[in-house]
Design a protein around this ligand. Structure first.
Ligand SMILES: CC(C)(COP(=O)(O)OP(=O)(O)OC[C@H]1O[C@@H](n2cnc3c(N)ncnc32)[C@H](O)[C@@H]1OP(=O)(O)O)[C@@H](O)C(=O)NCCC(=O)NCCS
Length: 179
């Protein structure tokens, strides 16, 4: 665990960060989702494809932030318009991943807040997210006041993975605390 966050900065992600974001994403998926998502999928995750995905998100110009400790990206978060366009929630937190050694130090809460702030600036008033049903991160979102919305699921390598949607109907309730 990083004992002191003296050098932590949270800043907008840049194109040059795509490669490092992909590395953090793969590490976090394998660390968090082993036993939930099939090994076949986790083991086949490609750094090249992850970098392409991160670059595409950055090209979209929607909110993307990184947490950097001593020059190294230890976490990132992205957001944008709600992809389900259900007409209720207009913004969405797409991704949030913090390396294990940097977890439980307040970085996740900070990243959620900066994405919420950026979505608000883009004209969104609410924010939803999807979290795997069996991911402990559900408690994190509940701690931040997210409300359970509904269940869902998706298929990975032939296995159905249950997930849950949570949301903040009023994004401004998230905007207290340090950025
Ligand atoms: C889930 C995650 C984003 C949380 O970020 P974090 O930096 O570890 O969390 P924070 O330190 O900001 O915690 C904020 C609050 O949530 C609580 N919290 C964090 N993780 C928690 C957990 N697993 N269970 C219960 N509470 C938790 C903290 O105790 C803290 O509460 P406090 O304000 O009373 O002290 C991070 O642990 C992570 O990236 N996990 C692995 C990947 C993942 O699951 N991403 C989410 C995909 S939907």
């Amino acid at each position: 665990m990083l004992s002191i966050l003296r050098d932590l900065i949270v800043r907008k992600a840049e194109f040059a960060d795509a490669d490092e974001i992909a590395s953090v994403n793969i590490l976090c998926w394998r660390d968090t989702y082993r036993g939930i998502v099939p090994d076949s999928y986790l083991d086949a995750m490609s750094h090249e494809k992850g970098t392409e995905n991160a670059s595409a998100q950055l090209r979209s110009l929607h909110p993307a932030f990184v947490a950097v400790e001593n020059g190294r990206i230890v976490g990132f978060a992205t957001g944008g318009p709600d992809r389900s366009a259900d007409g209720v929630y207009d913004g969405e937190l797409y991704t949030l991943y913090i390396l294990r050694e940097a977890q439980r130090l307040g970085i996740g809460a900070r990243l959620v807040r900066v994405v919420a702030q950026a979505l608000l600036a883009e004209g969104h008033n609410s924010m939803k997210l999807w979290v795997l049903r069996d991911n402990k991160a559900r408690s994190f979102y509940e701690r931040l006041g997210a409300q359970f919305l509904h269940d869902g699921s998706f298929i990975v390598d032939g296995v159905e993975i249950p997930e849950m949607a949570y949301g903040w109907p009023d994004i401004t309730t998230l905007l207290t605390g340090p950025e």
